[in-house]
Design a protein around this ligand. Structure first.
Ligand code: XIL
Length: 364
């Protein structure tokens, strides 16, 4: 997608007021339109120390979302991913739509390419995501409740079974909490399967892979707020009822000009861990377009540092995944507008944010 097309798409999204992912729900990441030119470029991706070494020094995983065509066609993309990360999430290609576009017909080609890359580079894999109201093919929405239940059972069992032994953890259900009511979001799954569909999906996933960690993933519940309270209540209820849930993913799609307090992020992570759950930062990116140009990069560095440092205050906060790692490929540009949200710039050079991530992973 050209820069001008991406700008038009972003403007259309914002005009339509579409939810971020729903608006960005096309076929995966696109090339970033050029935002304001960055000041003095940093060192190249292969001139700075691997972030995975910093993460390993603290017993953590540092991950990134990836897409298969970048791995196949862009040497710098593949090289930087393999050098810096030890945890991989498919940005789009493990979702329902790309895998089961028509009922019962499964195409794992893109996802398998990402898993193969991960395993060739000593990286673990997080499956994302089995049940989500976005990136779900239209045929699912037209099913009767009984056919929907069969389709969900078949999808979860087939996909989890396919990747069994290759996936460390699954985002089983994504974004089930409604931003306004803070109750269960009204989706094809809640309407068709009933309010207990979240528990039903976790039980299905556990049956399909007894060894994978099963995670609930959501956005907007990073600090201490009404949504994080709702997420806490949801996962506490699941735990209390013996539903097989092992962890929570906090997406952390952050705006540097509108940040939750790092202390609140740490407190939220701690209270989830106190339930016996693992916690991971699952989709970290830090938007800076509304910051003054002079402070964009230093503030972004600080945010990356403080958020990851908050995670590291809790031993059960075991992984940090960036939602992409280069400004050349970020969903933020096509969903919210031109930005530079990631630790490497469009030429894969390390920004100050890279050093913020590295310092935090080293506990500095
Ligand atoms: C986004 C991807 O980044 C886009 O490439 C895709 O078109 C739509 O989905 N929350 C999530 C992610 O859990 O799966 C979404 O990823 C971003 C919001």
């Amino acid at each position: 997608m050209t820069a001008s097309a991406a700008r038009r798409a972003a403007a259309a999204c914002l005009l339509l007021g579409l939810s971020p992912a729903g608006c960005g729900g096309g076929g995966g990441p696109t090339s970033a339109p050029s935002a304001a030119p960055l000041p003095t470029p940093g060192p190249a991706w292969n001139e700075v120390a691997p972030l995975r070494d910093a993460a390993a020094s603290g017993g953590r995983l540092i991950g990134t979302a990836l897409f298969s065509s970048g791995l196949a066609n862009e040497p710098a993309y593949a090289g930087a991913a393999g050098r810096h990360f030890n945890y991989v999430t498919a940005e789009y290609e493990m979702k329902w739509d790309p895998i089961e576009k028509t009922p019962g017909v499964f195409d794992f080609s893109g996802a398998d390419a990402i898993v193969a890359f991960a395993e060739a580079h000593g990286m673990q894999v997080k499956g994302h995501t089995l049940v989500w109201h976005n990136a779900t093919p239209a045929w699912v929405s037209s099913l009767s409740p009984s056919d929907l239940r069969s389709a969900v059972q078949n999808h979860v069992r087939t996909v989890v079974g396919h990747f069994r032994g290759h996936v460390r953890a699954w985002d089983v259900v994504n974004e089930a909490i409604d931003d306004t009511s803070l109750g269960l979001r009204s989706t094809v799954f809640s309407r068709g399967l009933g309010d207990d569909y979240v528990a039903e999906c976790f039980r299905l996933a556990r049956q399909a892979d007894p060894d994978a960690l099963l995670v609930y993933n959501d956005y907007g519940g990073e600090g201490l707020n009404r949504k994080s309270d709702a997420i806490y209540a949801l996962v506490k209820d699941l735990r209390d009822r013996g539903v097989p849930i092992d962890g929570v993913g906090l997406q952390m799609h952050l705006q540097a000009w509108n940040m939750p307090a790092a202390a609140d992020i740490a407190a939220n992570i701690r209270r989830l861990a106190a339930l016996g759950l693992r916690v991971n930062i699952s989709e970290l990116d830090v938007q800076i377009r509304q910051l003054p140009v002079a402070t964009k990069l230093t503030q972004q560095r600080q945010v990356y540092h403080d958020v990851i440092a908050a995670c590291l205050t809790e031993p059960r906060c075991e992984a940090v995944t960036l939602w992409g790692f280069t400004d050349a490929h970020s969903w933020i540009d096509t969903t919210f507008g031109p930005d530079d949200p990631l630790p490497f710039d469009e030429q894969y050079r390390a920004k100050p944010a890279y050093f913020g991530v590295q310092d935090a992973l080293f506990g500095r």
